[in-house]
Design a protein around this ligand. Structure first.
Ligand code: TPP
Ligand code: MG
Length: 403
């Protein structure tokens, strides 16, 4: 195959017309032509027959809140990257470019919903009210998880691609069964739903297929939120799929929507629509958030080795923060004092994160063996004893100094 024939991210819209209408559900045909967008790259608002109302319902305070969170999490991302470069973290996974996809979807969730993130969902963590300093204990290597998933209904980060998608569907099926049991007892349970985050690369994992089959079969209250940031480390999305990822939902029999992932209003609207639907018991939805990873895959990666700089230049004008800033200013919804305050809040968070991370203590040997099982396990205890004896066999610095 010559270089000219290499796959691209362009799709043939004529072929898409062959998809049967009945499989699409009550939403506009997904695809490159029909990507949902409510705020374009120039900061202009657009209406939409289904999703426009969700954006209309947002008051100026919430719009400013979306901007603030996107800006603050970007500042957090810079600080974490700096901490890694200064040797304080083993690794960092930057989110820059994906703020709208994360802040928009995260703000569509309710406290009772349960979130299954990958390793990059720092923006979603912020919307859940997490202390972002907690995220860094994992990347400093002082914790196996970093936080209690039950505190904010935000699962621990999962580095095994797509594993959390299975967990999410299992959890959603659990919600269904608990709900049924509660109703049988005459109680009125909360209508909670689940969001499973994963990437374009992870979409190729068999786990995602199995998850979608189960979710469809049991009408599980789950939203599959795929952030298509165009790269799986060095592999472009075009290698993972020959059709828009959102179209895969048709094969499972539930709606798939492609949304402009850099448009926080559209992402919020589409996710809220999908979550409402899931909470009503109408089953899963797949959302493909079309976005772009502006930075490296991780701090261990050098994207200049595999992608052209011109690609980033194409995406920079589509920056999720710029378009909302333009809109807020044009509509007179935010003044300079607001933007200065956002910058101050970002700096405050960065200072807090730095201070907290530098003070993090390494776990004791005993702590490192905890939480393998819910209850104490004889094999783990035996391994701990062996390790303690092994460690005790070393000469300490003090003994060595004393000769
Ligand atoms: C099961 C599994 N296979 C391979 C890897 C190595 N790996 C880590 S991240 C990554 C790319 C993931 O790309 P994508 O799903 O698009 O998410 P993104 O990193 O772009 O957010 C790979 C291959 C892994 N962590 N787990
Ligand atoms: Mg990706």
């Amino acid at each position: 195959m010559g270089v000219g024939q290499l796959p691209t991210t362009e799709f043939n819209d004529e072929e898409l017309d062959e998809y049967p209408e009945s499989h699409l559900g009550p939403v506009p045909r997904p695809g490159s032509e029909d990507m949902i967008q409510l705020l374009d790259a120039e900061g202009r608002r657009h209406d939409h027959p289904v999703f426009g109302a969700y954006a209309e319902a947002l008051d100026p305070e919430r719009l400013r809140g979306f901007y603030r969170d996107m800006a603050v999490v970007r500042r957090f991302d810079q600080e974490a990257t700096a901490l890694q470069r200064q040797g304080q973290l083993a690794l960092w996974v930057p989110l820059t470019g994906q703020e709208a996809a994360q802040i928009g979807s995260g703000h569509a969730t309710l406290p009772e919903d349960f979130i299954f993130p990958t390793y990059r969902e720092h923006g979603v963590a912020l919307t859940r009210g997490m202390d972002l300093a907690q995220l860094l204990s994992l990347f400093r290597g002082v914790s196996h998880g970093g936080w209690d998933p039950r505190e904010k209904n935000f699962n621990v980060y999962t580095l095994v691609l797509a594993a959390q998608v299975l967990h999410a569907v299992g959890y959603a099926m659990g919600i269904q069964r608990d709900r049924k049991a509660a109703l049988a007892r005459g109680e009125q349970p909360e209508d909670a739903a689940v969001v499973a985050y994963y990437g374009d690369g992870a979409s190729s994992e068999g786990d995602v297929h199995e998850s979608m089959v189960f979710a469809a079969s049991y009408q599980a209250p789950v939203v599959f939120f795929c952030q298509n940031n165009h790269w799986a480390i060095s592999v472009p999305t075009a290698t993972q799929t020959k059709i828009p990822l959102a179209h895969r939902a048709q094969g499972y029999g539930f709606p798939g929507i492609r949304v402009d992932g850099n448009d926080v209003l559209a992402v919020h609207a589409v996710t809220q629509w999908a979550l409402d639907r899931a909470r009503r018991g109408e089953g899963p939805v797949l959302i493909e958030a079309f976005t772009y990873r502006l930075g490296a895959h991780t701090t261990a990666d050098d994207p200049t080795k595999y992608r052209a700089g011109s690609e980033g230049e194409q995406w920079r004008p589509r920056d999720p923060l710029t378009r909302l800033e333009t809109y807020l200013k044009a509509e007179g919804l935010a003044d300079e004092a607001f933007f200065a305050d956002v910058a101050r809040q970002g700096q405050e968070l960065a200072d807090h994160v730095r201070e907290t991370v530098l003070a993090l203590q390494a776990p004791t040997l005993e702590e490192a063996f905890q939480h393998v099982y819910a209850q104490a396990h004889p094999l783990v205890q035996e391994e701990l004893r062996w390790y303690q004896e092994y460690e005790a066999g070393f000469v300490t610095e003090q003994q060595s100094a004393e000769g």
